[in-house]
Design a protein around this ligand. Sequence first.
Ligand code: BDR
Ligand code: CA
Length: 316
Amino acid sequence: METRPLIFDCDPGQDDAISLMMALAPSDTPLDIRAITVTAGNTVLDKCQRNARMIVELCKRTDIPVYAGCDAPLELPLATAEEVHGSEGLDGVEIFEPALPLQAEHAVDAIIRICRTVDNVLIVPTGPLTNIATAFRRAPDIISRVREIVIMGGARSEAGNITPSAEFNAYVDPHAAAEVFATSVPKTVFGLDVTHKTLIRPDHVKKLGDLNNYMTDILVPMLSGGYAEFDAQKFGTNGTPIHDACTTAYLLRPDLFTFRQVGIRVEAESELTRGCTSVDYWHGTDWDRDCQWAVGADADGFFDLMVERLALYAKL
Ligand code: BDR
Ligand code: CA
């Protein structure tokens, strides 16, 4: 299990929320989460940051500060995914205004401050990479201080989910993705090639419901409505990917995944292939192989871990 300090950068989003529910579960050996920073992505920033605060409050981890960051990609207008996540970004969850306040500090400032003052930070982005790229632009000195970036984003053999060429997070801010992937920080990357191998099926959702605790009471409706149906229908699968939860699963149980060491570049200029992640799988370039590209997953182990983490929440 990862013991180094973490920053989660997200755009909740059902799968971001489930990733956080797994990461924040009450445990004798909690992950060392220093901040949750939020970017616009699945929906507008205001809703994403409220959703992040809701999830943190529901997880009863109000000791973790939540910061709002960039409300639009570096150079392009924001593209959102309400058709997948619902008009509030968290379809299936009763929306409320959390008591947990939003931090006054901007997420980018918080990322810079934490990276400058804490050694060996891991950044875990599960949305567009706008906050991370902005922090690296403004404070290049932090780049060499970041130990690893654990990213959900990109696609190779699975092709895109928002366009034929691109996965959603890379598509929304391809300039930010291009800049972050061009840095030499070690990166572990969960693209669609692997997130489409860890599907949550209706029988899994039933098993989660059988845990019958206050968190699964919130989570099961999230996995029983439009979010679960959208990808299952689109890809013709019996089950839905919980993309972002692969990052938390990796932090807790890296042995669940297999990787190939590659270089990755991101297309930012072409209209046709905007956000396409060019993964040098066959090592045909001289790009630094600074990315662990996830290629395989123990799908049963992934689900068992999800059950194990969610079982830590109190019974109803
Ligand atoms: C990614 O896009 C978003 O809709 C999800 O939250 C996930 O981060 C999957 O392509
Ligand atoms: Ca996300």
